[in-house]
Design a protein around this ligand. Structure first.
Ligand code: ARG
Length: 578
């Protein structure tokens, strides 16, 4: 539709300059004014003429009627002037000719905007704290982050996905205490991440006590944990060996989740990697007179910017979360020369990012404005908030497992003959979770309702994956057809499908612009909806003649391509059979 908008923009600009030669209205401006009417009765595109009334010194109603009399274009079948709007109805056959051959020839690149050539984007996402359970709270950063990476890659950026794992910190002190007290190598090695989670939950319960379970609080354990961590920081061999082993075990457990999601990273440089990179930045803060002493701690005062101080060094001289982020950003700039660095975390960390972004700016780094924080809301399951510090954790692995089992049961009923059932159940089960999650604007808090997410009938992952499988099965049954053959558009459902397909590229642009994968999710639902209406109302294989049948197969082919491209952008597997 971008191309059509361009053509219309050009034509309107020409008509306007004929009416008023000194108006100086350019095609691009008109293009950006074009809207999609809420109702098809109001046309396929509309120009709200009040936006021109100042420039043309004329009433919107008059402008609309003048334009409607003078605008003639091949792609436009008719125009109407209604209440100051110029409603534009497109010619279905012209539209088809302009859109569909492009989809067929560009294939997996159809819809890819040309934005990022020669530019690099670094994305910091997922980044779970190791030695802690990988729970449902990490779903957001993982799938939003990966989706943003896919979107930017699609648009031609070089992307570097970094899993900035929390592989350093007092949680390791806690785990080491717990391991030494209650664990042994064999149990942990056999139990894997479950054994680690057990230990982690147990030590937290022991430190803060758990009334329900009758466990008294033992704050001394927290001191022990701090002491173990301090030993790590001071290079204690035994603890560092244990630490390495715990990190490896956690990473290995998380790998399974990433495999299910089809996610890989380009770098696993975690927090520990930056330990020796911090002192140089602390020195720079000192040299630029930004560092102030506050009750023994070193801070950067941000009062002038309406924020609490950014903590750089604790009283004992140890560094903090922001210090590490600053050092990591400088290092990434040097390593990758990024044009943009994106950080995806829960909205709870928004202040942290605003603070250290400001500090980087004050330090004089001219790339501070290339840092972008992308926050997202909280997740709960059927109302229950998720906590990591108690036993009340919902592991991502268990959530996926539950979804996969339920989907497998549904499929067993629907299609018991299906080959490769396990693989498909995994793709659809995990896809259901991802799709449900990404259906919401990222900043909104969401409550997971499993039955809703897994339904094959609602606006869900299974529904859109089923639609994709439907396009595959139509094409598989069709025999051969000429993908580049002529198009004969005869039904409104076909035009609606083509229109939706043609909006894909601008949808991608909008998603990138707003860092919002849900724009793609909603688009997928629209496209699946129009395809299914087309499928139900227009006979494809039994079409009235060969030309119509060919056209409908090509449209199905195009719908499959665009659905597939969109799936790829949101970590949704392209299931050829369900
Ligand atoms: N490990 C942190 C957490 O789980 C998230 C890290 C986000 N990235 C960053 N550069 N601070 O809360």
């Amino acid at each position: 539709m971008l191309e059509i908008k361009k053509i219309i923009g050009q034509a309107v600009a020409e008509v306007v300059s004929a009416i008023k030669p000194d108006a100086g209205l350019d095609a691009k401006t008109v293009e950006s004014m074009l809207e999609y009417p809420p109702d098809a009765k109001m046309g396929d595109l509309a120009l709200p003429c009040f936006k021109l009334s100042k420039l043309l010194r004329s009433a919107p109603v008059k402008i609309a009627s003048e334009l409607s009399a003078k605008l003639t274009l091949d792609v436009v079948s008719r125009v109407e002037a209604v209440n100051g709007y110029l409603n534009i109805f497109l010619n279905g056959s012209e539209l088809a000719e302009r859109v569909i051959p492009q989809v067929i020839s560009k294939g997996s690149r159809y819809g890819a905007p040309d934005l990022g050539e020669g530019k690099t984007v670094v994305l910091d996402y997922s980044s779970p704290n190791l030695a802690k359970p990988f729970h449902i709270g990490h779903l957001g950063t993982t799938v939003i982050g990966h989706s943003l990476k896919k979107l930017h890659e699609f648009a031609g950026y070089r992307c570097v996905g970094i899993n900035y794992v929390g592989d350093w910190g007092t949680q390791f002190g806690k785990l080491i205490v717990a391991y030494k007290k209650w664990g042994d190598r064999e149990t942990v090695e056999q139990g894997g991440v479950d054994a680690l989670v057990d230990l982690y939950v147990r030590i937290n319960n022991a430190i803060s006590g758990n009334e329900e379970k009758g466990i008294p609080a033992d704050p001394a354990l927290a001191d022990e944990a701090r002491a173990e961590f301090l030993k790590m920081e001071q290079g204690d061999k035994e603890n560092l060996t244990l630490w390495k082993w715990l990190v490896e075990m956690s990473l290995k457990a998380n790998e399974e989740i990433y495999r299910q999601l089809g996610i890989t990273f380009d770098s696993y440089r975690g927090e520990s990697y930056y330990t020796d990179k911090m002192p140089a930045q602390v020195q720079k803060l000192r040299d630029t007179n930004l560092l102030k002493l506050d009750d023994g701690a070193s801070i950067v005062d941000l009062e002038a910017y309406g924020m609490p101080p950014c903590l750089i060094l604790k009283r004992d001289g140890s560094s903090l979360y922001p210090t590490r982020d600053i050092a990591a950003a400088v290092d990434r700039k040097e390593t990758y020369g990024f044009d943009k660095a994106i950080y995806v975390t829960s909205a709870g960390q928004s202040l942290h990012f605003a603070q250290w972004f400001k500090v980087v700016e004050l330090m004089g780094y001219d790339w501070a404005d290339q840092l972008v924080h992308v926050p997202y809301g909280t997740v709960s399951i059927n109302g229950a908030k998720l906590a990591t510090r108690t036993g009340n954790v919902i592991l991502l692995r268990d959530l996926f497992g539950l979804a996969i089992d339920k989907v497998a049961a549904i499929m067993e009923e629907k299609n018991p003959e299906l080959a490769d059932k396990d693989k498909i159940a995994e793709a659809v089960g995990v896809g259901a979770i991802v799709f449900y999650y990404l259906s919401n604007n990222r900043i909104r808090d969401i409550n997971f309702i499993m039955e809703d997410a897994l339904s094959f009938d609602g606006n869900t992952g299974p529904y859109v994956q089923y639609t994709y499988a439907r396009t595959c099965s139509v094409l598989a049954k069709s025999g051969s057809y000429d993908r580049k053959g002529a198009l004969s558009v005869t039904a409104q459902e076909e035009v609606d499908l083509i229109k939706t397909i043609s909006r894909f590229e601008e949808t991608v642009l909008e998603a990138i612009d707003s860092y919002e994968p849900s724009v793609i999710t909603r688009y997928i639902l629209d496209l699946a909806g129009v395809y299914n209406r087309f499928y139900h109302n227009c006979s494809i294989l039994g079409a009235e003649n060969e030309a119509v049948k060919q056209t409908r197969l090509i449209l199905t082919d195009a719908a499959k391509t665009v659905l597939g491209n969109a799936f790829d952008l949101i970590c949704l597997a392209k299931t050829e059979k369900i």
